[in-house]
Design a protein around this ligand. Structure first.
Ligand code: NAI
Length: 328
């Protein structure tokens, strides 16, 4: 790859930032043949901390890392960006109402979308990690009318990977022998991890799902509530695994998914599987020639239908709330 790639990471001084920057710079996201220009975006109070992380990046002497720049201005940080990882977000404070949370994040993702619209490279790809990821991605996309909406994704890859691991354990097989799990809907507790089309070693996910008690009382809640379980155990939220998921999402988006396998990503709905247009929802996807395609033709049983619909309904509720605030 002759052209260096400009990668902007927001929230760069945060936990996920600390997990992801070194992996990007070492070539794990875009390949070892690609030179990286890293841009770190932070709020002014955290610029000093980002400078510390940049010192450590220097000290790795990564030979693929061409430059590191630090900004507190999104317009500058996104100028010429090829890959934007929107990690920094406003966490829900104690006693904060959902509308306040959505409004605070609108104040971040609206201007970032505008800055991407104004200055990004024509091939820009945007992955929103900061929560509420799907709705933040929708807000950013709506503020970037000149960028194809398909270039805005929300991350559900961590949920997908959690589901792969849980299934491997259940089936007693290595995780590499599990494939074609799907996360549907919102990256929230309402998400639906679907095993019905999965392969788990020599068995089918549908066969494992015959044990409905396991499915509804163990597997689904374990995947959907894994973030809370990690906070409870670690005293801090999942950061290394979130960084890993973001690396894998972008890698597969740019370089393609393996033949015969799909992954999960929050992409703009297009009516597929009865999910109306207008939200960024998680679907089974493959990537070909740098673009996601929603896997078609999967049979959706009643069990799945009900759960997909519930999570999608939540996405439309979030959409209605931000519409009311004038954010989309
Ligand atoms: P953190 O609190 O350690 O770091 C967030 C960083 O973002 C802070 O350094 C903060 O200064 C910065 N920031 C806040 N507003 C900003 C702005 N307007 N521009 C640039 N930077 C800004 O949080 P952590 O653990 O790194 O998580 C980041 C986000 O990722 C959270 O919203 C979290 O909920 C979300 N997350 C999403 C996951 C997913 O699967 N989609 C998984 C795990 C976390």
């Amino acid at each position: 790859n002759a052209q260096p790639v400009t990668v902007t990471v927001t929230g760069a001084a945060g936990q996920i930032g600390y997990g992801i920057l070194f992996r990007i710079a070492s070539g794990q996201m875009l390949g070892h043949d690609t030179q990286i220009r890293l841009r770190l975006l932070e709020i002014p109070q955290a610029v000093r901390a980002a400078e510390g992380t940049a010192m450590e990046l220097d000290d790795c002497a990564f030979d693929r890392l061409e430059s590191i720049e630090i900004f507190d201005d999104p317009v500058k940080a996104f100028d010429g960006v090829n890959v934007a990882l929107l990690v920094g977000a406003r966490p829900r404070g104690a006693g904060m109402e959902r509308a306040d949370l959505l409004a605070a994040n609108g104040g971040i993702f609206g201007p970032q979308g505008e800055a991407i619209n104004a200055g990004a490279a024509s091939d820009v790809r945007v992955l929103v990690v900061g929560n509420p990821a799907n709705t933040n991605a929708l807000i950013a996309a709506q503020h970037a009318p000149d960028v194809p909406v398909e270039r805005f994704n929300a991350m559900t890859r961590l949920d997908h990977n959690r589901a792969l691991s849980q299934l491997a354990r259940r089936g007693g097989v290595p995780v590499r022998d599990v494939r074609n799990v799907t996360i549907w809907g919102n990256h929230s507790a309402s998400q639906y991890p679907d095993v019905f089309h999965a392969r788990v070693g020599s068995r089918s996910g549908a066969e494992l799902a015959e044990d409905r008690t396991w499915l509804t009382e163990d597997f689904i809640p374990t995947v959907a509530k894994r973030g809370a379980a990690i906070i409870e155990a670690r005293g801090a939220s999942s950061a290394a695994s979130a960084a890993n998921a973001a690396i894998e999402h972008v890698r597969d988006w740019v370089r393609g998914t393996p033949e015969g396998e799909w992954t999960s990503a929050g992409v703009p709905s297009n009516g597929a599987y009865g999910v109306p247009e207008g939200v960024i929802s998680s679907f089974p996807v493959v990537s070909r020639d740098g673009e996601w395609q929603i896997v078609d033709g999967l049979e959706i049983n009643d069990f799945s239908r009900e759960r997909i619909d519930a999570s999608v309904a939540e996405l439309f509720e979030e959409r209605a709330a931000v519409e009311k605030l004038g954010l989309v």
